[in-house]
Design a protein around this ligand. Structure first.
Ligand code: CUA
Length: 267
């Protein structure tokens, strides 16, 4: 049998097209890493979010040398945490769930886009190459303020990123003659040890202490100054660790015995 050369050409061309179509569909389904929610059967009941080990406290957590997990809770009309701070060039997996209705989780300009369904956990893994601030928007109509539901992702250069938290306990008022004690708690959320310096100022007094905090641990540092050194009145204090600062003020009140409140002017 003789096949006309034009017919051969058309046969070949249509074979190429068919193979092309199949390749495109395969790439779209597998190559882009698009997954359906619930593929890994992860669920969390919306009314149990507060007690959930991951979503009870929405946060960024380091799980490997260059690997982070972010637990995000969407609810009308916010994302938590906000902003989400992560390092560049690390593998970051977002786990997103909803406390109430269906929301969306999209970072415009990237392929991060997922529905967020109450009860389900959406999972997306990405690596941000470029430091910068990225917007985060809700893409499912969720109520009156759907259009205002947004968050942000701040990608920091890897060498500037940390998961340090500083909190300070300090008295509001002390009696003249008593000690003023500030207790700073430095929490290190990263896996590697944190070496840093805690600087405290109380009134005109300055203190400094080097500390090392193990990975996923916290250290307390206390600074004490006698209120007689400060004198009566209000004194500002501040505690600084790297770029974190907490401040407040303490009032040194007159000592009762000196002022004789006994039989005094307590009307
Ligand atoms: Cu949440 Cu729209």
């Amino acid at each position: 049998m003789r096949i006309h050369s034009y017919e051969k050409l058309w046969l070949a061309a249509s074979m190429v097209l068919i193979v092309g179509f199949i390749a495109t569909i395969t790439y779209g389904a597998v190559g882009l890493g698009i997954e359906m929610i619930g593929e890994e059967d992860e669920t969390v009941a919306p009314n149990e979010i507060n007690d959930d080990e991951r979503f009870g406290e929405p946060r960024v957590e380091q799980v490997g040398p260059n690997e982070y997990e972010v637990y995000v809770v969407a609810q009308t009309f916010i994302f938590q945490p906000d902003p989400i701070e992560i390092p560049a060039n690390s593998r970051v997996t977002f786990y997103v769930t909803s406390r109430d209705v269906i929301h969306g989780f999209e970072v415009p300009g990237t392929n991060i886009n997922s529905m967020v369904i109450p009860g389900q956990v959406s999972q997306l893994t990405v690596v941000f190459d470029e430091p910068g601030e990225y917007g985060l928007i809700c893409t499912e109509y969720c109520g009156d303020f759907h259009h205002e539901m947004e968050g942000s992702i701040v990608v920091e250069p890897a060498d500037e990123f940390d998961l340090t938290e500083l909190s300070v306990e300090a008295p509001d008022t002390v009696r003249s003659g008593d000690e003023v004690e500030l207790t700073a708690t430095v929490r290190n959320g990263q896996l590697e040890e944190l070496e840093t310096t805690v600087v405290a100022e109380i009134g005109t007094e300055t203190f400094q202490q080097d500390i090392s905090v193990d990975g996923k641990a916290a250290e307390n540092v206390s600074f004490t100054v006698n209120s007689d050194v400060l004198g009566e009145g209000e004194h500002d204090w501040s505690v600084t660790v790297d770029e974190y600062e907490e401040d407040g003020s303490v009032t040194v009140a007159a000592n009762e015995t000196n002022n004789g409140t006994v039989g005094g002017d307590s009307s």
